[in-house]
Design a protein around this ligand. Structure first.
Ligand code: AMP
Length: 457
């Protein structure tokens, strides 16, 4: 396995990654860094959690280093690299990473995102920054306000491009790109590659190099997929039953709507389960407070919508539960990307009502896997619909594995604070996936895991 110095990085960057405790480049870093250093356009299939930020940030900083300046004059610090992200949370994380990696080079960076007052951002931009991380809508506000100039931009990064598309940012992205100098390097990172992303890539990227890091969870043997057929009106009871009988201490539950998320969290609390909701209608401060409580083990269940969970540093959970089946199969992949990280096993549990059948089919086609159906007595839908949901496979009837998960020794935090480590992280990594029949005897995945970043505790 190569080390960072073999990637051709300059000493101040090597020092910065050393300061952060990184020892070995992750696969996406090993592949992308030399390509980006060489000036190539890049199309990379890699999700958050794979170390992709450093995969673009380090070579960008290196390419900008010769033009860097210690002068205080704003004119000496034009925007040279523009990174677009779908959410403010991801924008903040990416900007923090740039700051960490640029610790020993005089390159300034900042972040702009919506939902907060523009004045502080304007002041930062006026000071001059080489690296600007932004969500598309707010960036266009600054364009309109004439607080940002793009004439010196030489690198564009589209981070989590698929999510930006899902969130309807395509027109904004096109508009921003039309304002950039034509001569520039373009890097596109995306977890999934639906047709719209390929079309976008064709219009933006010039002769791109391609890097594909195995979609960790779509193919990861380490994630067990299970679905429980259930009548819609019994979903909430089944969820509470699973959480209580298994004593789950830290579980992310996805709902399709903000109202649904609020209501579910409220109902779970009534069942004496510590729960909170995180969704787009909450303020940034409220979302951060809920996330902090979840990370600290103060709440056992975080109910989230897809939009709110995007870009959040919630990684390596033992279980995620799809209370509502996602409408887009790509969202299923994103959701389960929160579990089964870095060599640890994880479990993706979906509560599937008869009306979710069609969506379920699309998900199974995307992940190229038939999800095991497990009936929970007392919660299954009526005869005709259950037959359709179970399909042709032999039926297995069981209660969800009744096992008390041991409470984490230190509640939760290592999940979010330890740096990435390569796949040999645990003995489990080398073992084949447990056979489904033996799943109930399978050892409970450890709560602690690896990704999350030293500085993000
Ligand atoms: P990212 O996918 O860029 O969000 O990175 C996921 C986490 O892994 C971040 O918290 C990084 O700080 C951390 N990380 C990135 N690269 C490495 C590495 N080579 N060694 C250890 N940790 C890393």
């Amino acid at each position: 396995m190569s080390s960072f110095d073999e990637l051709g990085l300059i000493p101040p960057l090597l020092q910065a990654v050393g300061d952060l405790g990184y020892k070995i480049p992750t696969p996406v870093q090993q592949q992308a860094i030399p390509l980006v250093l060489g000036g190539r356009d890049l199309m990379a299939g890699a999700q958050t959690g794979t170390g992709k930020t450093a995969a673009f940030a380090l070579p960008i900083l290196q390419r900008l280093a010769p033009q860097s300046s210690t002068s205080t004059s704003p004119a000496r610090h034009p925007v040279r690299a523009l990174v677009l992200t779908p959410t403010r949370e991801l924008a903040v994380q990416v900007a923090e990473s740039f700051r960490d990696y640029a610790k020993h080079v005089p390159i300034r960076s900042t972040v702009v995102y919506g939902g907060v007052d523009m004045n502080a951002q304007i002041a930062e931009l006026r000071r001059g920054v080489e690296v600007l991380v932004a969500t598309p809508g707010r960036l266009l506000d600054h364009v309109q306000n004439k607080t940002v100039m793009f004439n010196q931009v030489s690198v564009l990064v589209l981070d989590e491009a698929d999510r930006m598309l899902d969130m309807g940012f395509l027109p904004d992205i096109k508009r921003i790109i039309s304002l950039l100098p034509a001569e520039r390097q373009n890097l596109l990172f995306s977890a999934t590659f639906p047709d719209e992303i390929r079309t976008l890539a064709k219009t933006i990227l010039k002769n791109p190099a391609e890097v594909q890091i195995a979609a960790r969870n779509a193919t990861a043997e380490l994630v067990t997929h299970v679905l429980h057929p259930v009548a819609r009106e019994k979903k909430r009871d089944l969820l509470a039953y699973i959480i209580q009988t298994r004593g789950l201490k830290q579980v992310l539950v996805f709902t399709g709507t903000t109202i649904g998320a609020n209501r579910l969290a409220h109902q779970l609390r009534r069942d004496h389960i510590q729960a909170d909701a995180i969704h787009g209608d909450k303020t940034q401060a409220e979302r951060e407070a809920a996330l902090a409580d979840f990370k600290a083990g103060k709440i056992a269940v975080l109910v989230a919508t897809d939009v709110a969970s995007r870009g959040l540093d919630i990684e390596s959970l033992p279980q995620v539960i799809n209370f509502d089946v996602p409408h887009s199969p790509e969202d299923y992949v994103h959701r389960i990307g929160r579990t089964g990280r870095a060599g640890l096993t994880g479990e993706a549990i979906s509560l599937v009502a008869p009306e979710d059948m069609e969506t379920l089919g699309a998900i199974e086609r995307l992940i190229k896997k038939r999800i095991e159906r497990v009936l929970v007595p007392g919660f299954q839908p009526s005869g005709a619909t259950v037959a359709a949901l179970m399909g042709d496979e032999p039926k297995r009837k069981s209660s969800p594995p009744v096992r008390r998960d041991r409470p984490p020794k230190q509640p939760a935090d290592p999940i979010f604070s330890s740096p990435y480590e390569p796949g040999q992280a645990g003995a489990t990594a080398a073992q084949p996936a447990p056979k489904q029949e033996t799943q109930q005897k399978r050892k409970q995945p450890q709560v602690a895991a690896l990704l999350g970043g030293l500085k993000r505790a």
